[in-house]
Design a protein around this ligand. Structure first.
Ligand code: NAP
Length: 440
């Protein structure tokens, strides 16, 4: 009998797992809470990085293989339960990613005008749950907290020239709002020094190539940087040194990299009025850790974006590692017939391709369990019965053909504008474009 898996989450980790299970002779139903596939490739990767998004061509090849089905708009916990899936599949693989952002835990964090990068990124990428969110871009200065690639993405998006934005698949509502933005200065705050920044090299390089923004760095901070430990950090510090030595070209916008600063309080009008600034502690590095010197500064600004990493959301009935914010697992094995992969397994680190090896490790566990006969023991694994059950439970679930119809509609709308696509951003529009959805 063919073994059948439900992979929950159609991002990179879910797709690599699906591909490898299909190659091992399994049948896979790939589920996503959204009507659309591709997870963070669609709603996380910065729109001005189209090359990174071309990885979806590989996932499309997976979807064309026999034994593959897609059920979009079906969420674990909302539409179907873990127990119901265990009755229908030999293996469940949770590939749900890390949906929440880390919290700073400082006063003022939830003032209007202080947002998580998660929210901002999902908004400009047209994620249906965030399309209606509001961001006040009418101030002059914005502060982005964190020194990772997400922080650099949002800083760059804030200062992109309309000419740089125009050929992208940035959601229309965001293009419109960026067009009216008066934010002309972004301060990127790192709690540690230049050598400890988590940026990767191409992202740092891009900062120096922006059409309308100068990149600024304090020469003293770079001169005092500690010894980098990795080649990536080494190269980053060299680029910071170059930026620090540059004479600003007098561009209309600027991004400043400011290191050794930790936010202590988000300041604002009254107790819970809008953001007016950030109070930061000046830090020194002690054994690689940021330690406050006691000195403080106030940075006035009208917008704060907190970009200090993600954490997972616990799932009903699934063992949870509260400290790390991910599913408790051993090499991807969670329990009998249950596995996990990607960020919800190892934490939010690495690049898209990291998930291929990660998936291979989880699939190896599944195939080991297959070999020794310790997979799940579903009572109703028949694929047609599963499809019928889902059709009743979620009548407007989107199949792969439905997604292809959405994709075609978005691309057709983008073509006359010289854009890869114009995203549909509400669930209603997406589901309408994904109908009719003949069962596969
Ligand atoms: P990240 O790379 O882990 O960076 C998180 C940053 O937040 C670090 O600089 C960290 O500083 C800082 N931080 C954590 N807690 C803090 C606190 N309490 N106060 C101040 N700063 C704090 O995470 P990310 O930027 O969210 O990115 C997630 C993953 O996606 C990364 O692997 C990233 O490379 C990847 N990604 C890649 C791309 C790309 O390839 N273009 C784009 C976006 C994301 P410490 O180092 O001091 O902890």
């Amino acid at each position: 009998m063919t073994h059948r898996a439900a992979v929950i989450g159609a991002g990179p980790a879910g797709f690599y797992t699906t591909d490898q299970l299909l190659a091992a002779g399994w049948e896979v139903d790939l589920y996503d809470a959204l009507p659309t596939p591709f997870g963070l490739v669609r709603s996380g990767v910065a729109p001005d990085h189209p090359k990174l998004k071309s990885v979806t061509r590989i996932y499309e090849k997976t979807a064309a293989k026999p034994g593959f089905r897609f059920f979009g708009g079906v969420a674990l916990g909302r539409d179907v339960t873990r127990e119901e899936l265990l009755e229908r599949y030999h293996a469940l693989v949770y590939a749900v990613g890390t949906g929440d952002d880390n919290r700073l835990g400082i006063p003022g964090e939830d003032r209007p005008g202080s947002h998580s990068a998660t929210e901002f990124v999902a908004w400009y990428n047209g994620h249906p749950d965030y399309a209606g969110h509001q961001f006040d871009l009418s101030g002059g200065r914005a502060v982005v907290i964190g020194n990772g690639n997400v922080a650099i993405d949002v800083a760059r998006m804030l200062v992109l020239d309309p000419e740089e934005l125009a050929p992208t698949d940035t959601a229309d509502h965001a293009i419109d709002h960026f067009g009216r933005s008066t934010v002309d200065e972004v301060i990127l705050l790192g709690r540690r020094g230049p050598a400890q920044a988590a940026f990767t090299n191409p992202e740092v390089r891009e900062l120096g190539e922006l059409l309308r923004a100068d990149v600024v760095c304090d020469p003293r901070q770079v001169a005092e940087a500690t010894e980098p430990e990795t080649p990536t950090q080494q190269r980053n510090v060299e680029m910071f040194r170059d930026y620090a030595a540059r004479e600003p070209e007098g561009k209309s916008h600027r991004i400043e990299l400011r290191f050794l600063r930790s936010p202590v309080e988000i300041l604002g009008e009254g107790e819970d009025g809008p953001v007016t600034g950030v109070r930061v502690s000046v830090n020194e590095l002690v054994d690689g850790r940021a330690v406050p010197t006691g000195e403080e500064e106030i940075i006035e600004c009208g917008l704060v974006l907190r970009s200090i990493g993600y954490r997972g959301r616990p799932l009903d009935g699934i063992p949870w590692n509260e400290k790390r914010g991910l599913i408790a697992n051993e090499g991807g094995r969670v329990g009998t017939g249950e596995y996990c992969v990607g960020w919800i397994k190892r934490g939010p680190s690495g690049v898209i391709g990291t998930n291929k090896k990660d998936a291979a490790d989880t699939v190896a566990r599944i195939l080991e369990d297959e070999a020794v006969g310790t997979l799940g023991t579903p009572s109703s694994p028949d694929p047609d019965e599963v499809a019928a059950w889902l059709a009743e439970r979620v009548p407007d679930a989107v199949t792969w053909e439905g997604w292809q119809a959405i994709d075609a509609a978005e691309k057709a709308a983008g073509e006359p504008q010289g854009r890869p696509r114009v995203k549909l951003v509400t669930l209603e529009e997406l589901k309408a474009a994904g109908r009719p959805t003949p069962a596969r």
